[in-house]
Design a protein around this ligand. Structure first.
Ligand code: ZN
Length: 256
């Protein structure tokens, strides 16, 4: 065993010298100690060089690896903690999400309110939406926000910042230096989702009263007129008529 070891680490010469020294040590410990120490030093040196080579190799391998693989594993949003409480939806770890995205909470809030077509406020680390919204819908919007305002399209990293240049919003990547303008996308999917139709039943907050005394609320970018409601009411409304961006509805009692 000793012979094999020294053949590997020290070369053939040591295989002759070392066993002789060990043999000698059986009678007299002194020469062995010296020789053994020398051999250990040399072993350590050889071993250190091997480690260095290995690390260098690892470094090189990392450089060759496509960065995106590493990134997608690295970047994960916190799992959204959302629950519906009566007529509201509470997004309990909202600030955890904006912390992770390194974005202004107000920016994300405005985006969500616009996309979801609902009023809402930041309360502490939470956001309270004044409507029932499914967690999957919110999750989908957060994904869109992340792709639009956070992720670098070149390297896939979230280490970016938004810069305003003239009137263009630029996303600059701190990891790879890439820059792209932020295009606030209006996908066809979002368009079909944001359409109100006759027969739809929606929950809205009556935020105003019209000249004729009808309650008025907003849904997406529609004005919804609902007779028989008062300001401050949250009501379930069935849309009965549409005229451009104005919708007319009646209180929908079938839902409850
Ligand atoms: Zn990048």
């Amino acid at each position: 065993m000793k012979n094999i070891l020294c053949a590997v680490w020290l070369g053939p010469a040591a295989c002759i010298v070392l066993p002789a020294a060990w043999a000698a040590a059986d009678h007299n410990g002194v020469p062995l100690t010296n020789l053994y120490k020398q051999s250990m030093i040399r072993t350590d040196t050889v071993k250190k060089m091997a480690d260095d080579d290995y690390l260098a190799l690892l470094d090189r391998a990392k450089q060759v690896l496509p960065e995106t693989i590493e990134n997608h594993e690295r970047f994960e949003l916190p799992e959204l903690d959302i629950l519906q409480e009566g007529k509201t939806t509470v997004f309990r770890n909202f600030i955890d999400v904006t912390d992770k995205l390194r974005r202004d909470p107000l920016h994300l809030l405005q985006f969500l309110l616009r996309e979801l077509g609902t009023p809402g406020n930041i309360e502490g680390r939470r956001v309270v939406f004044k409507a029932k919204i499914s967690p999957s819908t919110i999750n989908e919007k957060i994904q869109t926000y992340t792709e639009t305002y956070v992720i670098c399209s070149e390297c896939g990293l979230p280490d970016t910042k938004m810069i305003k240049e003239d009137r263009t919003l630029i996303l600059e990547c701190e990891a790879c230096g890439a820059r792209r303008s932020i295009n606030v996308r209006k996908t066809s999917k979002a368009d079909t989702q944001n359409v109100l139709r006759v027969g739809d039943s929606i929950e809205i907050l009556i935020s105003d009263v019209g000249k004729k005394g009808d309650g008025i609320g907003k849904h997406l970018d529609y004005i919804v007129v609902v007779p028989g409601t008062a300001k401050g009411n949250t009501v379930q409304v069935k849309i009965t008529n549409m005229s451009g961006k104005t919708a007319f509805g009646i209180i929908d009692r079938t839902e409850r």
